[in-house]
Ligand binder design. Structure first.
Ligand SMILES: [Zn+2]
Length: 385
């Protein structure tokens, strides 16, 4: 006996657990007919939003990379500017050396010329007396050698100075070449910097564009939800209007789509893209038939057509029939409407229109609601066939 009880308990526990596992799926399925299309639209919009988010991250990473490159280039430009300054200093130093050397050469040259001139004077006039003063051949030789020695020493000094000048000029040229190279590198870096700046600007523009698209995307999402909520609120307001007559005149409830008896989504709580929502009616779809599109919808009870709406959101094309005493029925997502406001309808007889898929609807179905004394109720228990 105890064993049997335990087994039953165990079975019940397992059943409850299975039901809990299946529940979120069941709730999602509830949203099927009326909201799947809206959910798909919202899903698309949010996916687009995510893609934009990713694109923005990519662009920002790209921009960061460019900015890092830019930093490096800036440092390189600073380094090269230092090198150019140093090189210009050495160039100035070389030029000073060169000036100095040129002055030395000039001075040496001037002295040399003076001496030569002095010798020439001696040769033409004084020289004769110098030579006459020479008593021996040895003395003559000595005087003559001295003269030529002076000349040779000056010549070799001038040659030496000339070589030194040439060396300094060579160094100067070398430094000039270095400077030219540095300035070429500097120009290349500057143009690279320009290119980076324009790429950074482009990345910035692209990020701005993405930001704008993201805003538009958020607007679109908000618009979809707002339109849906507005359409639902409008239907609620219509259903909440006081009946034309205080007396109930409807009679017995009739099934609103004769021949089609499959309830694809019952009355009760459900979710709209993760947000709790409430299904205020039942959805009747094709069931095992090929299609329900265009099938006649009849008034469930007798009464007066209170509301006819040709909407694009919410219940799309819908009709509300007033049965008196704040008793009403609503017929949503119709493909066509065959009645007009104020028209008297007979329960189970008058065709209100055809089954469709207007508004927030996935496939052809009838969304049917009952308001009993102004209160929303599950229509299923009231409907006969
Ligand atoms: Zn529905």
């Amino acid at each position: 006996m105890k064993k049997t009880t335990a087994r039953i308990l165990c079975f019940l526990l397992a059943a409850v657990m299975l039901l809990m596992l299946a529940l979120p799926y069941a709730v999602r399925v509830l949203a099927a007919d009326d909201l799947q299309q809206l959910e798909q639209q919202l899903q698309d919009v949010r996916n687009e939003g995510k893609e934009l988010e990713e694109k923005q991250e990519q662009q920002e990473a790209y921009k960061e990379n460019l900015e890092a490159q830019n930093e490096i280039i800036k440092q390189q430009i600073a380094t090269i500017a230092d090198s150019i300054a140093t090189t210009k200093e050495s160039l100035a130093q070389k030029q000073a050396e060169l000036d100095q050397k040129r002055r030395e050469i000039e001075e040496t040259n001037a002295l040399f010329c003076e001496r030569l001139r002095a010798m020439q004077v001696n040769r033409s006039s004084g020289m004769l007396s110098t030579l006459l003063a020479v008593n021996t051949f040895d003395e003559l030789l000595t005087a003559s050698t001295t003269l030529s020695r002076i000349s040779a020493a000056d010549t070799s000094l001038l040659e030496k100075l000339g070589d030194e000048q040439a060396e300094i000029e060579r160094q100067e040229n070398e430094i000039n070449d270095q400077l030219t190279q540095l300035e070429t590198d500097q120009a290349a870096l500057e143009s690279k910097k320009q290119e980076l700046a324009s790429n950074i600007q482009a990345a910035d523009n692209s990020i701005d564009e993405i930001e704008a698209l993201k805003l538009a995307n958020k607007d679109e999402e908000a618009r979809l939800v707002k339109e849906y909520n507005e359409a639902r609120a409008q239907a609620e307001a219509e259903l909440g209007r006081p009946s034309g007559s205080p007396e109930f005149v409807g009679g017995a409830y009739n099934w609103p789509v004769p021949g089609y008896y499959n309830i694809s989504s019952p009355y009760g709580p459900r979710t709209l893209y993760g947000v709790p929502d409430f299904h205020t009616g039942i959805d009747i779809n094709k069931g095992t038939y090929a299609t329900i599109y265009g099938a006649n919808i009849v008034a469930s009870l007798s009464g007066t057509v209170q509301t006819v709406v040709y909407g694009s959101r919410g219940y799309g094309y819908y009709v509300i029939v007033d049965h008196g005493g704040n008793n009403k029925t609503l017929y949503g997502h119709m493909s066509r409407i065959d009645v007009t406001v104020g028209q008297q309808v007979v329960g189970g007889v008058t065709v209100l229109g055809g089954v469709g898929s207007t508004g927030n609807s996935t496939g052809p179905h009838l969304h049917f609601e009952i308001r009993l004394n102004g209160q929303q109720v599950d229509p299923a228990p009231y409907l006969g066939r």
